[in-house]
Design a protein around this ligand. Structure first.
Ligand SMILES: [Zn+2]
Length: 344
């Protein structure tokens, strides 16, 4: 065991290799940990261990928040995001998959812009290549993005004003200056989500809207597939939020918490297929995701022909079941990922 996650810059593992790290459920006695960022409790129990890593996932005894313990330092965290994590500008997946992603993306943009005044100011925290910002600019909004990686922001839509900083609090945005702040599948990557929510609260106008999406650690998908859950994404996901813990954290940081949405075509059907394959299959962990991700053309395919054929087979056979499971988890309000709307 080493103290560090495998650094993609120093090893043969690229960012997709991290998806193949083994994760195993463990049990053990409650241990003393630094205070929980949601409830302040200083005891947690071990839950998952990660191949080749000292840090484990521990779960708060009081509120159920999962987190890496011991926490990674900032250098270790940034080593988890090599430039190829963001894909080539304008594309992150194979072209066919990318077009499905874009189609689903249009619904997403409609949701994000619902009810906003014309020319409203929107900030996307962790904007990556700025794809969402470009689409929002097309609808007439004034778009801003914050990104940790200057490389990721390269080639972003020129209408987006992008700032590079590791913390929202360091980005120098004026108080009460945004109509909407989007934190979309970013909070779980941060070592201090509370600080980020507080900073977002400060820069939102009174009555402004926060939209935050996270994998739902209390969902059926998470509980049924356990250490095989696709959305664990260890060790990049530092925090694992049960929906109630997220609500508590939002309330504590000053927001009025509105509706939680459990239906996500972007996240949830794929989460079902990949997690079930991880749990029951003999195929490589997160192999489907690895296969569908676009690599540079001069790299060899990630798997042999038989493995690739099986992955396509299960993708095609599994999709109708995954869509049904997605409708079902929505009906019982237990989405594998959730997004919550809160207002300042
Ligand atoms: Zn807690």
């Amino acid at each position: 065991m080493t103290g560090r996650p495998p650094d993609p810059r120093e090893s043969s593992l690229d960012h997709l290799g991290l998806y193949q790290l083994g994760v195993h459920t463990v049990t053990g006695p409650t241990e003393a940990v630094p205070p929980c960022l949601v409830c302040g409790s200083e005891t947690a129990h071990p839950h998952f261990e990660i191949e080749n890593l000292t840090a484990r996932v521990v779960v708060c005894d009081k509120c159920g928040l999962g987190r890496l313990h011991p926490m990674l330092d900032s250098d270790e965290i940034s080593s988890l995001y090599p430039d190829d994590y963001y894909g080539e500008p304008g594309t992150k997946f194979q072209p066919l998959v990318e077009s499905v992603v874009r189609f689903i993306g249009e619904r997403h943009i409609t949701f994000l812009s619902r009810g906003l005044a014309p020319h409203a100011r929107i900030l996307d925290v962790g904007c990556g290549r700025g794809v969402i910002l470009g689409a929002l600019a097309n609808r007439g909004f004034e778009v801003h993005g914050l990104e940790i990686s200057a490389e990721a922001a390269r080639g972003a839509d020129p209408r987006a004003e992008i700032r590079i900083a590791t913390r929202l609090a360091d980005a120098d945005y004026a108080d009460a200056s945004f109509d909407e702040v989007i934190i979309w599948h970013v909070l779980e990557h941060l070592s201090d989500p509370r600080e980020t929510l507080e900073a977002a609260h400060r820069i939102l106008k009174p009555g402004g809207r926060l939209i935050v999406a996270v994998p739902n650690f209390s969902s059926l998908q998470a509980r049924w597939t356990g250490d095989a859950w696709f959305h664990l994404d260890l060790p990049r996901h530092i925090h694992h939020f049960p929906l109630e813990a997220l609500r508590t954290l939002l309330t504590d940081t000053g927001y009025t918490v509105g509706e939680a949405y459990h239906f996500s075509l972007r996240q949830n059907p794929f989460g079902w297929i990949q997690s079930v394959l991880n749990r029951f299959g003999s195929l490589p962990r997160n192999g489907l995701y690895t296969m569908l991700h676009r690599r540079s053309h001069d790299e060899p395919p990630p798997f042999d022909a038989a493995t690739t054929a099986w992955l396509w087979f299960w993708l095609i056979v599994g999709t109708p079941f995954a869509l049904a499971a997605t409708v079902w988890e929505t009906a019982i309000r237990s989405g594998g990922s959730v997004h919550v709307v809160a207002t300042r």
